[in-house]
Ligand binder design. Structure first.
Ligand code: ATP
Ligand code: MN
Ligand code: MN
Length: 307
């Protein structure tokens, strides 16, 4: 039901000041009776969702999954500036060989869409502060054969554990098979922790949960250890580790997006495929359940002690 792209006779589409070349290029092929999604539509999505995306990605080093030929074609992670990279993207020096790219505004998001950037994977750091973690992510990865209901109940277990430690966990879909439980943490000089502490906390919580229900959870990366369990992937929390951003599209069939939820939605019947590039206009009309994400931050130091 979206209006047709504002394609002129010259085939030119401009979104948020960015000229979209090949606007009719198909990025997500038609599937199950759903129409294909073009590059112009991706650009319009980034513009429409910018206010929801930017608080979670702006000014953090961000890996971009690019699929210039669309889903099903070749994909690659872009971390650095590349020839032809858009000047709208900022470069952040993280003391590696090359600077990392970061988005700062809506034009940058649309420029990513223009270059076939389908997924946004920021560091878990504070804006402009690559050495300061500002969140802890628990990436719940179900073994094949588990139902989404198992992921839902696992997320509730993780939530309970984190709340018992005085933290305020949030939850999002990934646009894939699992859920992410994400805890905002304080970054002021007194409260901040190191990347090693951040990762140690995520590992400690994950191992405590596994110890309480070893038949349901594993913390071992090896696929063969998963046998019918949820892998609590705590490895999203070190320096340079990334997780998919809230509202990021996924370069997978179905055009799902990683969608921020309220805990009241995390119950039987939750259908993560309901959140997609095909349903976003209605989703954007609803209040943002992660509106209070940043102001809910707690110092991780106290929680580390309790653990
Ligand atoms: P799903 O719910 O299907 O597991 P996901 O986004 O959690 O979706 P994972 O494979 O569990 O996917 O990966 C978790 C995160 O780890 C990703 O969101 C991504 O940011 C990061 N990641 C995964 N693979 C790579 C990789 N090869 N290079 C860099 N980062 C990666
Ligand atoms: Mn995962
Ligand atoms: Mn994972």
């Amino acid at each position: 039901g979206e209006p047709a792209p504002l394609a002129s006779a010259r085939g030119k589409v401009v979104v948020a000041g960015v000229t979209i070349s090949n606007p009719d290029k198909i990025l997500w092929p038609a599937r199950d009776g759903h129409p294909a999604i073009t590059k112009a539509e991706l650009a319009r999505y980034y513009e429409a969702a910018a206010d929801r995306i930017l608080p979670h990605v702006a000014d953090r080093p961000t890996s971009i999954i690019r699929a210039p030929e669309g889903v099903g074609g070749e994909t690659f992670f872009q971390r650095h500036a590349m020839p032809g990279s858009n000047p709208r993207l900022k470069l952040i020096d993280v003391h590696e060989r090359k600077p990392y790219v970061a988005v700062v505004d809506v034009g940058g998001l649309v420029a990513i869409g223009q270059s076939g950037g389908l997924e946004l994977h920021p560091w878990g750091c504070a804006p402009g502060e690559p050495e300061i973690p500002d969140q802890v992510t628990f990436d719940l990865d179900p073994d094949e054969g588990l139902d989404f209901e198992d992921v839902i109940s696992a997320a509730r277990v993780v939530r309970k554990k984190l709340e018992a430690l005085g933290l305020h966990p949030f939850v999002k879909t990934t646009g894939g098979k699992g859920l992410h439980v994400v805890v905002p943490i304080k970054t002021d000089a007194r409260s901040r922790v190191t990347w090693d502490q951040n990762k140690a906390f995520a590992k400690g919580v994950s191992e405590a949960i596994r110890a309480e229900a070893p038949d349901r959870f594993t913390t071992t990366l090896a696929k063969k250890a998963r046998g019918g369990k949820i892998f609590l992937d705590y490895l999203r929390n070190g320096r340079m580790a990334t997780a998919v951003a809230p509202w990021s599209p996924r370069a997978r069939p179905g055009a799902g997006i990683a969608f921020p939820l309220a805990w009241t939605q995390v119950k039987a019947g939750l259908d993560p495929t309901a959140f997609s590039l095909r349903t976003y206009p209605a989703l954007l009309k609803k209040p943002d359940p992660w509106k209070d994400f940043r102001v809910s931050a707690v110092s991780l130091k106290g929680a580390l002690k309790k653990l």
